[in-house]
Design a protein around this ligand. Structure first.
Ligand SMILES: [Zn+2]
Length: 202
C-alpha cells in the first residue's frame, strides 16, 4: 500500500467512533472522489482552527470575525432566560427542538472529579458577569446533564450568587426529570422538551 494512503488511514482511524475497517473505506473513498470535493474538504480542515472563535457573551463557537454568536445577537431572544449547558452539542440539541427562545451559556466542560475537573474549572466567570450586569430579574436554567456531580454545581451557583448580593432576583431552575439517556445530546426530543418546559425551581 502506498505510504501516503497508509498515513491517511492512520489519521482517519484516530478519529472517534471510527473502526479501522471504516478508516480504510473512507480513505479509499477520498482516493476515488473528485478533485472539487477534496479541495473543499482540505479548505475546511485547514480553517477549522483559524476561522472559528468564541462568542464573547455565551462562549459558544462562532465565526472568528464576529464578536457575538447569532443567538446572542438576535434581538427576538429572551435575554432574561439563560440556559446553561455543558457542551455546544447540548445547545444544538435544545435548539433543534424549536421550542425555546432563551439564550445560552456554554461551560465547555462537565464536572468530573475523577478526571480532575471541578466546578471552579468550568466557564462560570462569564456567567456570573452576565448575572451581575443584568438590570432585571433573571432565570438561569440548568440544562446540564443530570447526574450526581451536578448537585455540587447547583450549590456552587447558589453560593456565588448569594455572595454577590444582587439587586435583582435570580431564579435557578433545572430539568423536571432525569433523562433515561443521561445525556441531553442523546435524549429523545419529546422527553427533553417536557423536562425543560416543566422545569422546576431549585
Ligand atoms: Zn453567544
Amino acid at each position: 500500500m502506498p505510504e501516503v494512503l497508509k498515513k491517511l488511514i492512520n489519521n482517519i482511524s484516530l478519529l472517534p467512533w471510527i473502526w479501522e475497517k471504516s478508516a480504510t473505506k473512507l480513505a479509499f473513498f477520498l482516493l476515488n472522489t473528485n478533485e472539487h470535493f477534496i479541495n473543499d474538504f482540505r479548505w475546511n480542515l485547514e480553517n477549522i482552527k483559524n476561522k472559528i472563535g468564541k462568542c464573547k457573551i455565551c462562549s459558544s463557537i462562532t465565526d472568528l470575525w464576529k464578536n457575538e454568536c447569532s443567538i446572542c445577537k438576535n434581538t427576538n431572544r429572551n435575554k432574561l432566560q439563560i440556559a446553561v449547558v455543558e457542551e455546544y452539542l447540548d445547545m444544538l440539541t435544545i435548539e433543534n427542538s424549536w421550542w425555546f427562545n432563551w439564550v445560552y451559556h456554554i461551560l465547555w466542560w462537565a464536572i468530573s472529579p475523577i478526571n480532575g475537573v471541578f466546578v471552579w474549572d468550568l466557564n462560570f466567570e462569564k456567567l456570573f458577569l452576565r448575572i451581575t450586569n443584568s438590570n432585571k430579574n433573571l432565570e438561569i436554567i440548568l440544562a446540564t446533564n443530570p447526574n450526581i456531580e451536578w448537585e455540587a454545581t447547583v450549590s456552587y451557583i447558589f453560593e456565588e450568587i448569594e455572595k454577590r448580593k444582587l439587586k435583582y432576583k435570580v431564579n435557578i431552575t433545572r430539568l423536571s426529570r432525569w433523562l433515561s439517556s443521561w445525556y441531553i445530546e442523546y435524549a429523545d426530543n419529546i422527553t427533553l422538551i417536557n423536562a425543560l418546559k416543566e422545569r422546576k425551581k431549585v
